[in-house]
Design a protein around this ligand. Structure first.
Ligand code: PMP
Ligand code: GLN
Length: 427
């Protein structure tokens, strides 16, 4: 008989540790580093939205609400999608979830059978890989290509041939799209999205389109966000996902939504109701208010972020790194290879090792891009992601200025092979 204290993790979670975001934030807190790792803003969202939420709680709106979500929020989400993006949906197409994360999990659980595969764009947001694994399905990553544009800046783009091949495989049940894309900041062009639509049109393949960064596009070349469901024929084949987290600076509210035609939304709802039953009641009227009334706040926030991106990019370049092109989200990626650093093994320093040592040695935190690729790719020193690091510019001016000062102070010197992480840290 098994020892009663002998607990084994189920296969589906074996090997899953704390996420890279939790790990880096904990290290940033421990070392008092400027945290440019995890993507949560320092600035609060619209003041009136916060006030409404507080009033809802003290006013007694604290019990389970309707399964699909508060009608006022479902109406507001549908209205916003229609007015902002021309997506022809009504409240009946909207399910309120516990963050976009639950919408992703419920979509995969509700629409992808065990043993099937889900095509993702790699680098791939970590929750996709985990949710697909929890559903007993497998990930089929399609690597974005990293190539210089006409101005010599390296940027990511869709590898159409690899994508078409993966989607055509029998095992493919769904595509999990993300634009604007975390971690690369890529905003997929209308032409690329039309290509994707052509690949899936008329097949049983569902597109789960994560658009949480829909309002955060900073393209210099005029590129803009195109919601996948608005492409011809795609409304009936797409589950669109977004949330209040990145739209209104409330990552802690965990209030998101899935939008789809009834025959797709039904299975997503079936899974969602037994994950969390309903969304968080008192926050929903506040988010509804923001969707209807906070466009000015959003425009100001986007302009603030544009400035901050400029500040961060300058600081990263001054520190000696190559900054890759990013048109959306609040992330930029750098290649640390130009720093010429080496690890304890004498080999070029990996992004992972760099991010492990940076908080203690320099007082800044970032996320290694290897956290967003398969274990095999992450372990391959010849893979271009090996030396890439993601940074966020959603932090306040003080945090960014602190980070910029510390980075300028000599990343190269402080990390050059002395093997003693915090030794040269300046406070
Ligand atoms: N998708 C992407 C691409 C993200 O970066 C994040 C982090 N905000 C999420 C989903 C999760 O969003 P939420 O906080 O609403 O669960
Ligand atoms: N989406 C945020 C990021 O990419 C954080 C998400 C998380 O911590 N799970 O940084």
């Amino acid at each position: 008989m098994a020892d009663m204290t002998d607990h084994h993790p189920a296969h589906r979670v074996a090997g899953i540790g704390p996420t890279i975001f939790a790990t880096v934030t904990a290290e940033a807190v421990r070392t008092q580093a400027a945290n440019l790792g995890q993507g949560f803003p320092d600035d609060d969202g619209p003041a009136e939205m916060l006030r409404i939420a507080a009033d809802q709680i003290t006013g007694g709106n604290n019990q389970y609400g309707p399964g699909p979500g508060e009608p006022a929020l479902r109406e507001a989400v549908a209205r916003d999608r229609r007015d902002r993006w021309g997506q022809q949906v009504t409240a009946d197409n909207v399910l309120i979830t516990v963050g976009a994360t639950e919408a992703i999990a419920a979509s995969v659980l509700g629409l992808v059978d065990e043993g099937r595969q889900v095509v993702t764009l790699e680098p791939t947001y970590d929750a996709y890989t985990a949710c697909i694994g929890l559903a007993g399905a497998s990930v089929r990553p399609v690597r974005l290509q990293l190539e210089p544009d006409s101005t010599g800046v390296r940027r990511w783009s869709l590898d159409r041939e690899a994508f078409a091949t993966s989607v055509a495989e029998d095992a493919t049940a769904a595509v999990l799209l993300n634009t604007p894309h975390n971690p690369t900041g890529t905003v997929l062009s209308r032409a690329d999205l039309e290509f994707i639509a052509d690949c899936v049109r008329g097949t049983g393949t569902v597109v789960i389109s994560d658009e949480v960064y829909e309002r955060l596009v900073f393209s210099e070349s005029g590129g803009e966000h195109v919601p996948f469901a608005t492409l011809p024929g795609m409304a009936d084949q797409t589950v669109t996902i977004s949330s209040a987290s990145k739209n209104f600076n409330v990552t802690g509210w965990k209030t998101g939504w899935a939008i789809a035609a009834p025959d797709l939304l039904g299975p997503v709802t079936a899974a969602k109701q037994f994950l969390t039953y309903v969304g968080v009641t008192p926050l929903q009227p506040a988010v509804a208010w923001a969707l209807d009334n906070a466009d000015d706040w959003s425009d100001t926030w986007r302009e603030t972020l544009r400035q901050r991106k400029h500040t961060l990019v300058g600081a990263l370049e001054d520190a000696g790194m190559e900054v890759l092109g990013s048109d959306g989200t609040y992330y930029v990626i750098t290649d640390i290879a130009p720093l010429g650093l080496t690890g304890v093994d004498g080999q070029p320093l990996s992004g992972e090792e760099f991010c492990r040592r940076l908080p203690g040695a320099v007082g800044v935190a970032g996320i290694p891009v290897t956290a967003f690729v398969t274990a095999d790719a992450a372990a391959d020193p010849t893979d271009p992601v090996h030396t890439l690091v993601r940074w966020t510019f959603c932090k306040n001016d003080t945090t960014l200025a602190t980070a910029a000062g510390r980075l300028k102070d000599g990343v190269r010197e402080r990390l050059s092979g002395r093997g003693c992480p915090g030794a040269n840290r300046v406070h």
